[in-house]
Design a protein around this ligand. Structure first.
Ligand SMILES: CC(C)(COP(=O)(O)OP(=O)(O)OC[C@H]1O[C@@H](n2cnc3c(N)ncnc32)[C@H](O)[C@@H]1OP(=O)(O)O)[C@@H](O)C(=O)NCCC(=O)NCCS
Length: 302
């Protein structure tokens, strides 16, 4: 067992901490990328400003809905780490969690995660998307999360593979679809996203499919699928094909479908049919629930 950093205190996060937490997070995940990825890949870049702004917007939202779920560790030198979490109905979610790279593995992460978990003590279920960092994975398993490996699909979509009729029965969505999406989420992950749709709608484009046989939605943008949920696999596949067909030169000609668990082979089948490459990265950590399906979770808004 590691000893906690001797001078550190753990206290609730405040709105004026968010910008510092964003830089700390960008630094921690950049260092993790350098540590985990083989040298043959292009050198990973530190989080660009537009992604940093989205991170700040999202974290302010968590601080508004769940001030007791967001914590920082600090000493006289400033912020050393943080954890942000929130409850949606009876589901607790960890949004993000990081410690300054030079201080990792010294016991700061343990009390930060414990403080965030305490916020979820009234929730029956828990959900988080873990990086591949062995320190993070150890913390989550020691907190009793089941670990479900995540796969991701990436590459240029083979446009000749796109089924005829893709895009039919799919329309642009809006805030008027929130009740429908909340119902789909209660079926698939056991809890609605509720207030998170405000952030999701500001950040991504929404696709909706609502027919007599099934309903579902997908948040998409920048060649990636941010979140997808449906009442059946046929609707989920239809939404995924539509998202893939919409990727173009503006997205650098490539599509990404992250966060695919083994419970979602329908997504692997669509991705492989589109000739995307399949790899693994991180884990979906769960408590009190099975991997949602048909469902592709979001990293922070799960
Ligand atoms: C994940 C993270 C927040 C944990 O914070 P931390 O301060 O490093 O965590 P702790 O030191 O409290 O716990 C790490 C545990 O892993 C162990 N550990 C340290 N280095 C390790 C390694 N290379 N491999 C495996 N385990 C390791 C520690 O001994 C400790 O276990 P113990 O308490 O049973 O002894 C931090 O490491 C981090 O910021 N990682 C990069 C960003 C990231 O992946 N965040 C999680 C996003 S889901």
């Amino acid at each position: 067992m590691s000893d906690q950093h001797p001078e550190a205190t753990i206290r609730p996060m405040r709105p004026d901490d968010v910008e510092t937490a964003e830089r700390l997070s960008a630094e921690a995940f950049h260092e993790l990328d350098l540590r985990m990825h083989p040298r043959s890949l292009p050198e990973p870049v530190i989080r660009p400003p537009e992604r940093g702004a989205a991170w700040v917007r999202r974290t302010r939202h968590f601080l508004e809905t769940d001030p007791e779920g967001c914590w920082v560790a600090e000493d006289a030198s400033g912020m050393l780490g943080f954890a942000t979490s929130y409850n949606r109905e009876k589901l607790w979610c960890l949004a993000t969690y990081a410690v300054r790279p030079a201080l990792q593995g010294q016991g700061l992460g343990r009390p930060l995660l414990a403080a965030a978990l305490h916020h979820g003590r009234g929730s029956l279920r828990g959900m988080l998307s873990s990086s591949s960092d062995p320190r993070a994975v150890r913390r989550y398993r020691l907190a009793s999360f089941t670990l479900h490996p995540q796969m991701y699909l990436h590459g240029a979509v083979d446009r000749t593979a796109i089924p005829v009729g893709t895009g039919e029965k799919v329309r642009e969505g809006s805030a008027g679809d929130i009740d429908l999406m909340d119902s789909v989420d209660r079926l698939t992950r056991g809890a609605a996203h509720g207030p998170d749709h405000e952030v999701l709608l500001d950040t991504w484009r929404l696709l909706v499919s609502d027919t007599t046989t099934g309903a579902g939605y997908a948040y998409v943008g920048g060649g990636s699928v941010a979140l997808l949920a449906a009442t059946n696999r046929r609707t989920a596949s239809r939404l995924l094909w539509t998202a893939l067909a919409d990727t173009g030169p503006d997205d650098g000609g490539t599509a990404s479908v992250p966060h695919v668990t083994a419970a979602n082979h329908w997504a692997i089948d669509v991705g492989l049919a589109a000739r995307l490459e399949l790899r693994t990265e991180g884990y979906l950590g769960l408590r009190g629930m099975e991997p949602p399906t048909p469902y592709l979770h979001n990293g922070a808004l799960l």
